[in-house]
Design a protein around this ligand. Structure first.
Ligand SMILES: Nc1ncnc2c1ncn2[C@@H]1O[C@H](COP(=O)(O)OP(=O)(O)OP(=O)(O)O)[C@@H](O)[C@H]1O
Length: 274
């Protein structure tokens, strides 16, 4: 299996007016690698994912996914237009957004058929792939109901199936476990590992650190619109003398000072009698 870099961001910055979405972010995801972006709300994870998925243009910096390169070099705060032929990349890039949006007035089966037709999968092959995805994600019983009545978790499952049906080489997934029951989280974990084994480059963003630690090979800590640290779980824990990934994150973004402050706050005064 090749370990070529399939996704690369170089100095990517995106401003929303005066608000920084992400600044000077460098990112790499290799074939067969699972990379997780972790960080608090508003840190910049979704902005970075949307940029490398070709949904949002960077204000500055360059992006390469497979053979497609786009972005801008000048010192500008104005987003560069996305290249018009970027749609060609989409059949190779599966994307699951953080939102649970699906076309509500279609059934899951209709929607998946639409996706298969869009990417010109042969009809017979597509039907059997759709059946298998529905079965794997435990959606077969609901497949002919309008998605209007679907729960958040069911919608997430449909988004996963739709993104993976065209067999992408790059898979970008925002909040993969949000709304999912614990048994489905295990299915998704296995799914990610299976994709990586097939040489797919997987990029995800999550608040679910136990899940991330089980699936990801490498992490990017995103904080205040910047990448604060990157590495494997073992590297990050060793670097910040942390017992788990959450603690490593806290120390990487300066939370160690808060721990010191807490120690001082609760320490007994020297002349205090117990
Ligand atoms: N369309 C937008 N217009 C204005 N500001 C935006 C827009 N999208 C994102 N931002 C801002 O960019 C920053 C990064 O947001 P982003 O959604 O990337 O964070 P996140 O790490 O994905 O957060 P969460 O974990 O809550 O999803 C935030 O300050 C956010 O308010």
């Amino acid at each position: 299996m090749t370990n070529a870099v399939l996704v690369e961001a170089d100095g990517v910055t995106r401003w929303f007016g005066e608000v920084p979405g992400i600044q000077d972010a460098d990112l790499k995801v290799r074939a067969g690698e699972i990379v997780a972006l972790v960080g608090p709300n508003g840190a910049g994870k979704t902005t970075l994912m949307n940029i490398v998925a070709g949904i949002l243009s960077p204000s500055r910096g360059r992006v390469r996914v497979l053979d497609y390169t786009w972005g801008t070099a000048p010192e500008s705060r104005r987003p560069a237009p996305l290249p018009p032929d970027l749609w060609r990349l989409r059949r190779h890039l599966g994307f699951v957004p953080a939102s649970h949006e699906v076309p509500e007035f279609l059934t899951a089966r209709e929607f998946l058929r639409f996706i298969a037709a869009l990417y010109e999968n042969p009809r017979s092959e597509a039907e059997s792939a759709i059946e298998r995805w529905l079965a794997y994600l435990d959606l077969s019983g609901a497949a002919d109901r309008l998605m209007k009545g679907y729960s958040h978790g069911m919608r997430k499952k449909v988004q996963l199936a739709a993104a993976l049906l065209p067999r992408p080489r790059v898979f970008i997934c925002d909040e993969p476990t949000s709304g999912l029951d614990p048994a489905t989280v295990v299915l998704v974990r296995d799914l990610f590992h299976a994709l990586a084994q097939q040489g797919v480059a997987v990029l995800l963003a999550t608040h679910d650190l136990p899940f991330a630690e089980k699936v990801a090979d490498r992490f990017y800590f995103v904080h205040s619109s910047r990448i604060a640290a990157q590495g494997s779980a073992e590297e990050l824990k060793a670097r910040y003398h942390a017992s788990d990934l959450a603690e490593a994150f806290l120390f990487a973004v300066g939370g160690g000072e808060r721990r010191e402050l807490l120690r001082e706050l609760v320490a007994h005064q020297p002349n205090e009698t117990p």
